[in-house]
Write a protein that binds this ligand. Structure first.
Ligand code: GLC
Length: 616
């Protein structure tokens, strides 16, 4: 992360001549009196472990506890950041500055950073955000396909390029920590976070861990790099019935075989942080599991970065609301280094301090957490370049990033049916009819985690809808009619395109313990189109496979578009053959919802198997 130069506190009190000597000494490697006035932790040329040790030795208990505390911007003033020495700020889903522009985000970030540098030791803060398919909280940012679509591309190099593009847009707003990629292995499509998974097998998530070097670059100190987060550790996609934050009832052997490999790959690729899962393993909350967090992740896997809790995740440990002393000591002693509080930070700090003073949390554990945190802050270059590098701000929503996103949309489309070669459609067709609630809706095609936490239907951010993509693809002589419900269709049309599926949701609000079929509006629209006898192409905009076997025989063609994001032109590119479909299913497609969970190799008769995909 390249940042603008700033003058740290000591430079304002150390005469320029000394600074010059120090710089000369640093450059020549000379030691001695010239550097005497500069603390080791402020010497950029010093080895990071030495800088960490020097700083740790200077820190008070309050300094150390503050570094372990992460607070949402919506409740934290810069003044309180200074007073309580808060080490990390975050934006939960949709938590944006009033003027939701890249510039306003950068100004907000710099304001918090100035407050952090005003603490006694001037330790910069680190700011986290869920840029899970682009910098999706920011209006105008490029929104890429959600992970399930990226899994369908089977293109790790593309995913790495996406990671880089997202890192640049995130950097342009100052932010230095991305709570992504989700490396969950979604085993039951009822789960509301299925679309955050690259697919149902660990190999796919492991391959797409290429997102991590995309975000972190060759080095965290590199220009535009941000800290990546492998999440949610461990087994979030394996809960019984796909219940979000539920219980993953597996033997240790099964847990290791299905859910651990992507995290092993993430550690191998140098991921800087890991976020703990809300879920439980055989009835025990992962947030309290010293075995999974310390023995397995930090010990056996050798993870040396930051372990961060999920949103108020420690509060759930004792089954009561709020973060009790028991919650705090259980979570910290389990190995959590940063607690995403995210609101009651004063109470959290008081409880944490009490647990340490009562020797129920050791100073060794506190110092281990601080070493991990400070190491990443030094690696990011925050002490030398703490403020936003505004040279990246213009990359937010840039044409180059949108073109990359359009390529990802093209590669993510999975052609599941194409009777009589109805696809690709003729760009010179006389009359085309477009229908469906998601044909002209950026919000629906982007899904959850877009502008707001849950996402929403409508024109929520600039982009190209699938309808606009179709209109831009056809010849000037082609008449494209759009009607959301299909009203007006008749036999005079060359083809009908129905863009249907799911409206946005996130996390548990997307859990579907009952049916997984289309909603009544979509069914009515499709029936209206089918009645005309016109060749029918269905484009399914959804975060998961849906139960459509009963309707499939009435459709001439079916394309799984997943949640493509702002660049709907990529869907049209496939429909008209500008790009031949290459996508492959990242998840087995059920014949009926009652088959869930249904996964590759389980012997169940699917409608379409994992890896299926047609082409032209
Ligand atoms: C949410 C999600 C997690 C996200 C965090 C911060 O509840 O579980 O994926 O990173 O809170 O928004």
């Amino acid at each position: 992360m390249m940042r603008t130069q700033f003058s740290p506190l000591w430079r304002r009190v150390v005469p320029t001549a000394v600074v010059g000597a120090v710089v000369a000494a640093a450059l020549t490697g000379a030691s001695g009196a010239a550097q005497a006035g500069v603390p080791v932790y402020h010497r950029a040329a010093a080895a990071i472990p030495d800088r960490v040790s020097d700083l740790l030795a200077r820190m008070s208990l309050d300094d150390k506890l503050g570094q372990m505390t992460q607070v949402d911007r919506s409740v934290l003033t810069p003044a309180d950041l200074t007073t309580y020495r808060i080490g990390s700020v975050l934006s939960g889903g949709g938590s944006a500055p009033t003027s939701n522009t890249a510039q306003a985000w950068a100004d907000m970030y710099d304001g918090y950073q100035r407050a952090a540098l005003a603490t006694p030791l001037g330790i910069p803060m680190i700011y986290g955000v869920d840029a899970v398919h682009g910098h999706n909280n920011v209006r105008g940012a490029t929104i890429f396909p959600h992970n399930i679509g990226l899994g369908a591309t089977r293109d790790p190099a593309l995913v790495q390029r996406i990671g880089r593009a997202v890192a640049e847009e995130v950097s342009g707003t100052g932010i230095d920590w991305n709570f992504a990629p989700c490396l969950c292995v979604a085993r039951n499509d009822r789960w509301g976070r299925t679309y955050e998974s690259f697919g149902e097998v660990p190999e796919l998530a492991s391959a797409m861990a290429s997102y991590i070097p995309g975000l972190q670059g060759g080095s965290l100190a590199d220009s535009g790099s941000v800290l990546a987060t492998a999440k949610h550790y461990l087994g979030d996609g394996g809960t019984t019935n796909g219940t979000d934050q539920g219980d993953t009832q597996l033997s240790e052997q099964e847990l290791r075989a299905i859910h651990l490999p992507p995290f092993q790959e993430a550690v191998r690729r140098g991921v800087g942080s890991v976020m703990v899962s809300f879920s439980s393993w055989n009835g025990a909350k992962v947030h309290g599991s010293q075995y999974l967090i310390t023995t397995l992740l930090k010990g056996e896997l050798g993870f040396g970065g930051i372990v961060v809790s999920d949103w108020a995740g420690i509060d759930q440990l004792d089954g009561q609301t709020g973060a009790s002393g028991s919650d705090v000591r259980t979570a910290i002693n389990a190995g959590i280094d940063v607690v995403m509080v995210p609101y009651e930070y004063k109470a959290f700090l008081a409880t944490l301090r009490a647990e340490v003073l009562a020797n129920r949390i050791s100073m060794a554990r506190i110092d281990d957490a601080n070493r991990r945190i400070l190491t990443k802050k030094f690696e990011l270059g925050l002490f030398e370049r703490p403020y936003t590098d505004r040279s990246y701000t213009a990359t937010v929503g840039s044409a180059a990033h949108r073109e990359l996103a359009r390529q990802a949309v093209r590669e993510s489309q999975v052609l599941l049916k194409n009777d009589n070669g109805v696809l690709p459609l003729d760009k010179g067709a006389r009359k085309l009819f477009v229908a469906g609630k998601s044909a002209n809706d950026i919000g629906n095609q982007s899904g959850g985690w877009t502008i707001s936490w849950q996402g929403s239907s409508g024109a929520i951010t600039p982009g190209t809808t699938i309808l606009q993509g179709i209109q831009q693809s056809v010849s000037t002589s082609t008449a494209v009619t759009y009607n959301r419900t299909g009203t007006g269709i008749d036999a005079s049309y060359d083809a009908a395109i129905a863009v249907v599926g799911e409206t946005p949701y996130a996390e548990g609000q997307g859990d579907r313990p009952g049916g997984l079929g289309l909603d009544q509006e979509d069914i009515a629209t499709l029936n209206r189109l089918q009645a005309s006898g016109v060749p029918l192409v269905v484009v399914l905009v959804s975060g998961r496979p849906l139960d459509i076997a009963a309707q499939l025989s009435n459709w001439d063609a079916l394309v799984a578009a997943w949640l493509p994001g702002t660049e709907g032109g990529g869907v049209a590119d496939v429909l008209f053959g500008a790009y031949r479909p290459t996508g492959k299913l990242p998840s087995t497609w059920m014949r009926q919802a009652s088959q869930q969970p249904i996964n590759s190799g389980d012997g169940k008769a699917s409608l379409f198997p994992y890896g299926y995909g047609l082409s032209y």
